[in-house]
Design a protein around this ligand. Structure first.
Ligand SMILES: [Zn+2]
Length: 159
């Protein structure tokens, strides 16, 4: 679960909006993003979203806080987390949004590194055990190989 989901799961959009100054009558309130005399902002409890039918702004509670304070969604999450003392700690809040292309590039890079790693292992074993060319592998060969396969690099590359 992302920190966004975790925060939303533990809060209610009405509770959040009220905390930051929106005054509701039932599910309707005056919009805080444009001047109006007749309240045209509504919330959906089932969807946990708000919508202003006057200026068109709408979204979830995190978007609301981000827009209200002019901060990024991740900063909004942090703000809600601390203002409501939710103590949600999560993985990697600085995680970037990456494109499919970047993912493909990263996959290629890992494949390349994996290949390099396999070559490296092969060479390392080969230089240590030149007798392999004409003899069945010795006990020491398997011993060294298993040690090598236990290293973090090998684990990282899934070898
Ligand atoms: Zn509005």
């Amino acid at each position: 679960m992302s920190i966004f989901q975790a925060i939303k799961q533990q809060t209610n959009i009405k509770q959040i909006m009220e905390h930051y100054g929106v005054k509701f009558r039932g599910t309707t309130a005056s919009c805080c993003f444009h001047n109006e005399k007749t309240p045209s902002m509504t919330i959906s409890q089932s969807k946990q979203i708000f919508k202003c039918h006057g200026c068109g702004v709408g979204g979830d509670s995190i978007f609301f806080v981000a827009k209200l304070f002019g901060i990024s969604p991740i900063d909004a999450v942090k703000k809600i987390n601390s203002d409501f003392r939710l103590h949600v700690t999560e993985i990697n809040p600085t995680r970037k949004i990456i494109s499919q292309h970047q993912i493909e590039e990263a996959k290629k890079k890992i494949e390349q590194q994996k290949q390099n790693m396999e070559d490296f292992i092969f060479q390392k074993m080969w230089s240590k055990h030149k007798d392999l060319r004409c003899m069945p592998p010795s006990e020491a060969f398997y011993d060294n190989l298993s040690k090598l396969l236990e290293t973090e690099e090998c684990k990282y590359y899934g070898i």
